[in-house]
Design a protein around this ligand. Structure first.
Ligand SMILES: C[S@@+](CC[C@H](N)C(=O)[O-])C[C@H]1O[C@@H](n2cnc3c(N)ncnc32)[C@H](O)[C@@H]1O
Length: 260
């Protein structure tokens, strides 16, 4: 997709022109028709949600962010406890809810878990297309009674995380910076394999995660958490202070500034 006109924006009947103009501006994508798109991938504004579609025979289903139904609803109803590995990794204890920057937000699944646990989470996403999917999911979840209070703790920033973090003032430093870089060939991710495959082709999604780690360590007040597949090597070959294990994933924790 990168460097080729392989992705465009389309709308279902019933979507306002104003909305599409705003989306075209945010994503920098050309508008096309749903019936004759002339591309292999489409970002489609349906009357329900924004979704990324791969076109053609045998293409997988659409990719979208969702904080209300499906897996999000299941997790909400199951209850997310502070004993979960991700909660331990970011340092959630009773009476202590860290402020978190999720510097590689993706479809926001991890950020949603952290916001459900009660943390304020700033989501940074560099890809304009992924950021548009996230923004759509936040908007929809804010309109639902069951999810509005959770999602109100999430703030989306469209930016490169390195630039964003380096521009923060001393008083704006978060307690925790959370990183979930794309890992080639990883078996389990908050992003589904389908989404991963599509995302790897989008402009802005290829990260220099090795470069992000030292910046995050410099900026976080308490810790940096890096999510990795269970058997993956350390990010940037940097040995963490400790690791929290779950069956398929590992959270490498880098304590900062003498914090515990
Ligand atoms: C593996 S995904 C994260 C999945 C996410 N944890 C979730 O729960 O859905 C990595 C995301 O980081 C974004 N990204 C990569 N480098 C970035 C950077 N320097 N700044 C901001 N976002 C970045 C990519 O565009 C991609 O959407």
């Amino acid at each position: 997709m990168t460097g080729t006109p392989d992705l465009a924006l389309a709308a279902e009947v019933g979507v306002s022109l104003e909305k599409m103009q705003r989306l075209a501006e945010q994503t920098n994508l050309p508008l096309t028709s749903l019936k004759h798109p002339g591309v292999n991938h489409l970002l489609v504004q349906t009357t329900r949600r924004l979704e990324l579609r791969q076109l053609g025979k045998g293409a997988p289903g659409p990719v979208f962010a969702d904080f209300v139904g499906g897996k999000a609803r299941y997790r909400r109803h199951q209850g997310i406890g502070a004993r979960q590995p991700i909660a331990k990794a970011v340092g959630i204890k009773s009476g202590s809810l860290p402020a978190i920057i999720d510097a590689t937000a993706g479809l926001g699944q991890d950020a949603l878990v952290l916001a459900t646990l009660g943390c304020d989470v700033t989501l940074i996403e560099r890809s304009p297309v992924v950021a548009a999917l996230l923004s759509d999911a936040i908007e929809r979840a804010l309109a639902e009674v069951e999810t509005a209070a959770i999602v109100a703790r999430m703030r989306l920033v469209r930016a490169d995380a390195c630039d964003y973090l380096l521009a923060l003032e001393e008083t704006q430093r978060p307690d925790v910076i959370y990183l979930d870089p794309m890992f080639p060939g990883r078996s389990k991710s908050a992003l589904t394999k389908k989404a991963m495959r599509l995302f790897q082709q989008l402009p802005g999604t290829r990260e220099n995660a090795n470069g992000l780690l030292p910046i995050a360590q410099q900026v976080a007040a308490r810790r940096v958490v890096v999510k990795r597949p269970a058997k993956a090597p350390w990010l940037a070959e940097a040995k963490p202070s400790m690791a929290i294990h779950s069956p398929k994933m590992r959270f490498d924790v880098y304590l900062c500034g003498g914090s515990q």
